[in-house]
Design a protein around this ligand. Structure first.
Ligand code: HEC
Length: 202
């Protein structure tokens, strides 16, 4: 049955016939086109180089991290647009999911020890009611947070967090309020019983 393959007359010169026949079918040993091979080898080289550059040796910033940095830069640029932060901008930021998650992260790590994670107050005052010691507008909070009230135990966060993070954290606080809400200015905060030294007069 199987006899040595014969080269039919119409065979292209560079394609040799394989020496087998299955069910009467013969195969040519077709060489892969050079462009195809180059694409394949090129892809392999690229993959190894890419892996080394971004992942194994981290010479370049991986795209996901680059995107993150760019988004943060955009948010910062938006906050710093015309170099000025205003009540209006902070209210707007208080609806931005990304700003809020950044603000929450800062609040939970930096502020929650004194204000409680739900902001209802501990050593520091409640930030979700409408009573404020230093004013309840976004810019009032921004000022209090930036400059602090050292004498009363509220550290100045300006040098620690910077403008952007403070704006985010204010936006996060303001997400619990709304513009035009009644603001009652009070003299001080009474911490829950047993938390801190005697409550200041109110
Ligand atoms: C060490 C405890 C402590 C930490 C940490 C702290 N605070 Fe305070 N915070 C206070 C105290 C105490 C006051 C009240 C100051 C006063 O009585 O004048 C206050 C006041 C404030 C006020 C003004 C509230 C008002 O009624 O006017 C805001 C807003 C505020 N803090 C936000 C923050 C934010 C945001 C952070 C984190 C970046 C933070 N605080 C971290 C203790 C703290």
């Amino acid at each position: 049955m199987t006899e040595p393959a014969k080269q039919p007359n119409d065979t292209p010169l560079d394609d040799s016939l394989r020496p087998h026949i299955y069910d009467g079918i013969q195969e040519y040993d077709k060489r892969l086109p050079r462009w195809w091979l180059l694409t394949l080898y090129g892809a392999m080289v690229f993959a190894v180089a890419y892996w080394g550059y971004y992942h194994a040796y981290e010479i370049g910033t991986p795209p996901a991290k680059a995107l993150e940095a760019e988004m943060a830069a955009n948010a910062a640029a938006a906050a710093n647009k015309s170099g000025e932060i205003t009540d209006e901008l902070l209210w707007k930021m208080s609806h931005d999911v990304q700003v809020l998650s950044a603000g929450k992260a800062t609040f939970d790590t930096t502020c929650a020890v004194c204000h409680k994670p739900d902001m209802t107050g501990l050593i520091g005052p409640n930030l979700v009611d409408n009573q404020w010691i230093h004013g309840g507008k976004p810019m009032d909070s921004l000022k209090t947070i930036t400059e602090g009230v050292l004498a009363k135990g509220m550290p100045p966060w300006g040098p620690v967090l910077g403008k952007q993070k403070i704006a985010e954290v204010v936006a996060y606080i303001m997400a619990h309020h709304h513009p035009g809400e009644e603001i009652i200015v009070v003299a001080g905060w009474t911490p829950p019983a047993g938390v801190v030294p005697p409550p200041p007069a109110q």
